[in-house]
Design a protein around this ligand. Sequence first.
Ligand code: ADP
Ligand code: ZN
Length: 531
Amino acid sequence: MDAAREALSTYFGYEAFRQGQEVLIGAVLSGRDALGIMPTGAGKSLCYQIPGIVLPGLALVVSPLVSLMKDQVNALIDAGVRGSFLNSTLTPGQQRTVLARAEAGTYKIMYVAPERLADPLFREFASRVEIPLIAVDEAHCVSQWGQDFRPAYTGIADFIESLPKRPPVIALTATATDKVRRDVSALLGLRNPECVVTGYDRANLKFGVEKLNPKQKRTRIAQFIAAHSGDSGIVYCSTRKDVDGLSGWLAAEGLPVARYHAGMNKAERDDAQERFINDDAPIMVATNAFGMGIDKSNVRWVVHYNMPKSLEAYYQEAGRAGRDGEPSECLLLWCDGDVSTCRFFIEGDSEYATQQPEEAEIARAAQRRMLEAMVGYCHTTGCLRRYILNYFGDQTPFGNGSTECGNCSNCLGEFESIDVTDTARACVKCVRELGGAFGKTLVADIVRGSKSQRVLEGNFETLDSYDTVSDSISQVKEVIELLASEGFLQVSEGKFPTVGLGERSHEAFMEDFTFSIKQMKKSTLPKKGKA
Ligand code: ADP
Ligand code: ZN
């Protein structure tokens, strides 16, 4: 461990290891496997870089991020570490050179893409050189339960076993749901790994959720920016069109905004990023293409203009606020349309174009589950921070000793709770009567006693649940959504989802069943006109 500490200060200039780093590095140096689950920014890279430096031979780092390998290696070289990478961005000639140099002992650390491990030439190479450590970065990619499943990751275990001498393996990820955690350990073939899970809580972030229609969203953002005047922040939109529209509108209001999405050319993107980082344009309006690898510590707020498709994505993007530890705000604006948009993407084909049909179906199922959790976050009346931490498997109480943070829009009571027990029960009853082959609009129409053609043609006015509810159509639909996200109902797969009974449906008929939805207080809704 002394050598490790010396390397920490010589190469990286740091005084002390952070929480978790010391345990993981110690395990690897003593020949054990290790699994580190730490949020973004916690310092996972050093957990394999330091052992790579200290141990004799060439440490291999498996990473899915081909586009980032060069930067990572350049950073190592700048620090005086002999690093290299091997991926398809190099010409065949360059690849041969890298391998020859590696065999001659030139490098301490080499980044490779997972696909490379199946290459017979690479396997031959690997059996000839001394490999004291294999690090698997973004290890959640091995799991079909996560958002970034990479089939090539499932070949890593086979590669490790093919080596003449099995080295210790360290797996690292920021995604920590229970299923993913178990998958990582099993599918990478880790042997009795030392596990470290560091806290996910970001105590300096205040979380908020507001349900607003698209028009209200714009006004709200202008209001929010005015209230955080002079601060740097990011607005995430889910489409390029929204980025262009919103950034144009904010610029016309005289605000210092930059925009960023994958439809812009590289020079434009680099320029936007530069202006944001230098605080020339402290407000960034961007798609999720923006942010990977950007280390701007004074981002004071992150507003989501649309609901992202998973809590993983949300927490990662929102977590770009307050890296310096100062109080910062994360606000999520959403509307029913956002949920439909996410569903549409999940059920469409474009996302899975490169995958086999079975793989695409597995990926879809995983995305549906993740979306339900995200929708649940929007609806929950409990502590938002607790909801996020529980999702990531972090059960630790807050610093105040409570299970409520006292600093999110729910804990602060910035909403009203409306009892909709009767409506909820009527909807479940209606679905039970229908037998589950119809969409949520029809269910809402029936319980509201609509005389629409569909209702009359289907003879649905004879159902017991017909005309038993007087809430607005949008409220009934919201109740159905929430019932689905909490397991009372189930929304089917496919482009035209139908509603069926969920595993908890029977609870809706119990005497002590209660159900409530939250609604923004009228006083906190944005007023029309300028903020
Ligand atoms: P992760 O991969 O977990 O997202 P990184 O490995 O990129 O995080 O590290 C995040 C930042 O923290 C980097 O700037 C890194 O240099 C810094 N860092 C890592 N370990 C330490 C340490 N022990 N002391 C100080 N800074 C550290
Ligand atoms: Zn809270």
